[in-house]
Design a protein around this ligand. Sequence first.
Ligand code: GUN
Length: 282
Amino acid sequence: MGIIIDGKKISSEIKEQLKNRTAELAAAGKRPPCLTVIIVGDDGASKVYVANNEKTCKNAGFKSVTHRLPEQTTERELLEFIDRLDNDPETDGILIQLPLPKHINEENVLLRIDPSKDVDGFHPYNTGLLAQGRPILPPCTPSGVIELLKRQGIEIEGKHCVVIGRSNIVGKPAALLLMQENGTVTVCHSRTKNLADICRSADILVAAVGKPEFVKADMVKDGAVVIDVGVHRLNDGKLCGDVDFEGCKDKASYITPVPGGVGSMTVAMLLKNCMTAYESKN
Ligand code: GUN
């Protein structure tokens, strides 16, 4: 049986370190970092994310501001709202909760965020820096993957890292960050031939396909590290990932569970980015 990587524990350590830092700031008479979230309309899942962000911010000594805008907010109104936050010296991080209502163009909105406040790391400027090997505000979920590996003491350098999935939010940035850590990276996707063969050659397998329990035991090399970025709710209400955990756990040397693996890391990395944004200007 492989070692189960405890994302909850590792994310708690990061949040604890950030809390210590905000306590130092307070002791020095400085204001805390401020994360501002904008949510438009009332998507159910988004409300849960936002409540979780607020709670985590407060526990770590960050200031949390949430603007709840009505569903019928126009794109122009939202852009003007972002302009005000871009120009507010006491707003360090801006997060626009996705998805946005259908009448609002997501790309236009994300482009409007000042890249130095883009704590999600979704702005093309930050994507460009990441592609050039100078990540400053990397996307939170993939940087959470790297942090899990490092804090678990798993070496990336020289390893064959296979990423399944090429999304802008997870697959692509995960591949770039693994390359930055001197991994040898292969990116697979829905059109990849011999996908199972390639996966079987991975020392570190990162599943970000978006399909429940897609990765089966016969796709995992003995002793591989298996990182599961997926999260799906099954009909019986239980959560599962992109990896068949029960099938793969005995082959892997290390494996992340769902829940309690990568998912726990995202909000910790969001606060880390917010601290980076704060410190780079203060
Ligand atoms: N909605 C679900 N996850 C995320 C996220 O990581 N960032 C943003 N902005 N919206 C989300």
